[in-house]
Design a protein around this ligand. Structure first.
Ligand code: MG
Ligand code: ZN
Length: 374
């Protein structure tokens, strides 16, 4: 009898232990495949990613801003799960690929599934349906988050290979850093000439970028990344957002754009609350540009979310009158928690609830009326 109890206990222990093992397969099990959408369909989608922007980062920005952010205008909110095919805690390449293509992949991979097969992104579907497309980031435009919408490479570190994806079928408008990946390459090629040959206006300064009203635009505002807000980036992101939206709105077929507040994540990695907060507020100013556009336009859906949380940031104190924030961090890396989704405009009601990051792609596809076989 005693022995039976012992063996039963051992068996239960074994089941528990094997159930806790995080294999590539086990991370994939609860990804839903069917997404239904309802309500009015948007003509344009503005997708905004605050890299590393968890609820604490949002509320830290809100507190520093004395209680409010522009993104509060979004009446519909949800939560998304961010785990990747390889890890409980994702990186920006796998989560970017999940949101862009609806496919879970391993950390580090861009635009490919776990077997190495290319997966088509929402930006590519939009482009192939004749919509105008855009990418805006404060990091290099070749960095993981923007690259996950256009590139198909085994490693997010293949910056020079990623730059090639902007040449032949690139977005109509892209603004960010990363000039060196086009102009100062190891292979000696000058991809800026190739961009010009494809009809792009290639511009390096925000002052000149802002003057552009139509056509194809490659705005490469820094050799690598744009500086942090704390080192004088100024209004690059809100201005790039307004410029890109103005250009893309010329297309009667509509548009898709992804706009990233890239450096909220870097503030989290540095466990630097001032870095996090200044980047959060800058991202929220870009959100204002998007929401103002959407309000005026009436046919534009704005979805704002993160790819994961960074820093395990907690708010241990603060003051809504003075804007003081007392933050603490649990890690220099990313964390596994679900991240918020905020939505505004036609179709926004479809973003409530708790769902997988891959469902964002499926919701966009359904709202545009695209089929995965197109
Ligand atoms: Mg990023
Ligand atoms: Zn990160």
């Amino acid at each position: 009898m005693k022995r039976t109890i012992f063996f039963s206990a051992m068996l239960i222990m074994l089941v528990i232990v094997s159930g806790c093992r995080q294999t590539a397969e086990s991370q994939l099990q609860d990804v839903s495949s069917k997404v239904l959408v309802s309500g009015k369909k948007p003509k344009n989608i503005i997708f905004m990613i605050g890299d590393g922007m968890g609820i604490s980062q949002v509320y830290a920005g809100m507190t520093a801003n004395k209680g409010h952010l522009n993104l509060e205008k979004c009446a519909y909110t949800g939560l998304q799960k961010t785990f990747s095919a390889s890890d409980y805690i994702t990186d920006s390449a796998a989560s970017g690929t999940a949101m862009a293509s609806g496919t879970k992949t391993k950390n580090g991979i861009l635009g490919k599934d776990t077997t190495g097969k290319d997966v088509k992104t929402i930006l590519e579907y939009a482009r192939d349906h004749g919509l105008a497309t855009g990418l805006v980031a404060t990091s290099a435009i070749t960095h993981a988050t923007p690259a996950s919408f256009i590139a198909h490479v085994k490693s997010r570190n293949q910056y020079e290979d990623i730059a090639r994806f902007f040449i032949r079928h690139g977005p109509d408008v892209f603004i960010g850093g990363g000039r060196d990946n086009f102009a100062s390459r190891k292979d000696g090629e000058n991809l800026l000439d190739s961009l010009k040959a494809q009809g792009y206006r290639v511009i390096f300064s925000m002052d000149s970028i802002e003057q552009v009203k139509h056509g194809k635009l490659a705005g490469l505002t820094a050799p690598v990344h744009n500086p942090p807000m704390t080192e004088g980036r100024g209004n690059m992101l809100p201005e790039a957002t307004a410029t890109a939206l103005n250009i893309l709105s010329n297309d009667p077929d509509g548009f898709f754009i992804m706009i990233e507040g890239s450096q909220i994540d870097w503030g989290g990695h540095a466990n630097d609350q001032k870095y996090v907060i200044t980047e959060m507020l800058d991202f929220d100013n870009a959100v204002k540009q998007a929401l103002d556009f959407a309000e005026k336009d009436g046919n534009t859906l704005v979805v704002i979310t993160a790819d994961h949380e960074t820093g395990g940031m907690a708010l241990n104190g603060g003051n809504l009158k003075t804007g003081k924030v007392e933050a603490a961090f649990t890690t220099k890396g990313h964390t596994a928690v679900m991240v918020p989704v905020f939505a505004y405009g036609p179709g926004a009601e479809n973003f409530t609830g708790i769902y997988d990051n891959t469902d964002i792609f499926r919701k966009f596809m359904a709202l545009y009326g695209f089929s995965a076989t197109d």
